[in-house]
Design a protein around this ligand. Structure first.
Ligand code: CTP
Length: 405
């Protein structure tokens, strides 16, 4: 019965050592209730057996254009009908060349040509093959034809060389597929996000920081990307992988972050200030490690610039979204912050339950009142926030907010 509601995806494997990652990808998709129909080329069978993929997907694996198991002998049409996408991972240079030129001489390439659904490809090849002008021409053709190219990544390659061409990891591919299916409510918009804590040095090894993990800001950046925006993420020191496709700028101190924000601002439509920016920095930073003594030590602190307030006060600001982390009087304090910083939208959360956690619960405060977003994983909450932002941004501009700089 559950099968009836399952979303269907065709996972195509071509010849490449990265085929083993497709096994893990199948597992992740099946776990997420996808019905995964695996199709392999002859070359893929040199790297992984159909039996492995059959066991993981729980379905027959097809390799042959003339497979007699399909009643009407139309495997090349039937297998992709009802599928929400065909994902080719790994996609070899040869296979990409074929599809870019409309060739269809085996089951998978014929399925790609006869498809009605989106096609996503995860290139996997040696770096020279990837950099070869012929491959680059084919990639450009595929992208022009609307094929989504996922990756590749740079790193160690099976051949012993290092460079671009390595297939994304299974989890990254899974995320990229998930992203592909999100509604594109911010298509064509440029979004700037700050995330994580800042670190204000006291001496060469010590400093003032806070417990922000960056998870909420990184989730907002990812949700904006999924919604079709071009995203710049300005990140304080965190230990997270940035979402695929974001332009990432690292910043240590609040003043670094401020400069990075100013540089990234031109052309920004939406600014989401999630970072837990330190309010103060030490006036003097010792060039040596401060030695212990019996006497009291006083560190004089000077205020940092308020990045959000600065951006919101610009003559033609982007649509500004603030975050308010409060330990008490959540809505009252958050609303006061919204008015003081003059931002159209503020997301209020309880500092003690949000900072560092995997889940969050937000109350959005804007001109039309309060909107409670239910507790959930930070990515789910970020997606709802981005939908709210998209609604406000596409509404007629009020009081100069929401216009492009
Ligand atoms: N913010 C900022 N620059 C700062 C301080 C805060 O851009 N120097 C932004 C945060 O990214 C957040 C919002 O302002 O979007 C509110 O931050 P918060 O720390 O909650 O408020 P503060 O203004 O610092 O006030 P307080 O610490 O007194 O609560």
């Amino acid at each position: 019965m559950a099968d009836i509601q399952k979303r269907r995806i065709v996972l195509g494997l071509t010849g490449g050592i990265a085929a083993y990652k497709a096994a893990e990808l199948t597992r992740l998709l099946v776990q997420d209730a996808w019905e995964v129909q695996v199709v392999m080329t002859q070359a893929a069978g040199q790297f992984i057996t159909p039996a492995t993929l059959q066991a993981l997907s729980g379905r027959m694996v097809y390799t042959d254009l003339w497979d007699a198991r399909i009643a009407n002998n139309m495997a090349h049409i039937d297998l992709s009908r009802g599928a929400e996408a065909i994902v080719v991972a790994p996609a070899s240079a040869d296979f990409m060349a074929k599809v870019a030129n409309g060739l269809a001489d085996d089951l998978l390439s014929t399925l790609c040509l006869a498809r009605e659904c989106p096609l996503l490809m995860a290139p996997a090849m040696n770096r020279q093959m990837w950099e070869n002008p012929a491959t680059q021409r084919n990639v450009a053709t595929l992208a022009r034809d609307g094929v989504a190219i996922l990756g590749p990544a740079s790193g160690d390659q099976a051949c012993g060389e290092v460079g671009m061409g390595r297939m994304l990891e299974a989890e990254e591919l899974y995320d990229a597929i998930d992203m592909h299916f999100q509604p594109k409510v911010l298509a064509g918009k440029r979004v700037l996000v700050t995330a994580g804590p800042t670190f204000e040095p006291i001496d060469t090894v010590r400093g003032i920081t806070n417990l922000s993990s960056g998870k909420m800001g990184y989730s907002v950046a990812r949700a904006a990307l999924e919604a079709g925006a071009e995203v710049t993420l300005i990140s304080g020191p965190v230990s997270l992988h940035p979402p695929l496709g974001a332009t990432v700028v690292h910043a240590l101190t609040a003043r670094d972050m401020f400069e990075s924000v100013k540089r990234a601002l031109p052309g920004t439509d939406v600014f989401v200030s999630v970072a837990a920016v330190a309010d103060y920095h030490p006036v003097l930073v010792s060039a040596r490690k401060i030695k212990k003594s019996e006497r009291n030590l006083t560190v004089e602190l000077a205020p940092n610039p308020d990045i959000l307030a600065y951006v919101a006060a610009l003559p033609r600001p982007p649509f500004c979204v603030g975050f308010a982390a409060e330990s008490e009087n959540l809505e009252t304090y958050a609303d006061a912050k919204r008015r003081k910083k003059k931002v159209p939208l503020i997301a209020a959360n309880l500092a003690q339950s949000a900072i560092g956690a995997d889940e969050n619960e937000l109350i959005l405060l804007d001109d039309s009142g309060r909107h409670r977003l239910p507790k959930g994983p930070k990515l789910a909450v970020a997606r709802q926030l981005i939908h709210h932002v998209a609604k406000l941004c596409t509404a007629p501009a009020r009081g100069g907010k929401g216009r492009r700089r």
